[in-house]
Design a protein around this ligand. Sequence first.
Ligand SMILES: [Zn+2]
Length: 119
Amino acid sequence: MSVPKDCPKCGMINPPEAQRCDCGYDFFSLKSERSFLGSHRPHRGQTHLWTGIASLFVCGFILGPMTAISATRDLRAIANGAMDPAGEGLTRAGQILGIAGTILWFLALIVRLLLVLGN
Ligand SMILES: [Zn+2]
């Protein structure tokens, strides 16, 4: 086995003799273990996902931008290695939902204004 290993978790190419990727993926147990980098802050993907979903239904004008801004900040932290990359998907989903919540709230506001003006 002298083929470089592609990490299925983070996509990083590891040397053939690598036992574990920098992100913590273990090539032998095929599970994610604690990262070698060690200094990651835990991700908040779950929180972003749920506040993102919530922003579609309630308080979109607060939760939407709040989630979008916070998730964008966390995605930057994940990209530069300061935060656990395992949360990237959830954080990105939260970011998109937050933006969607903001847009929906805006549209609802415009519709309401039009209705008020129309009467
Ligand atoms: Zn990896």
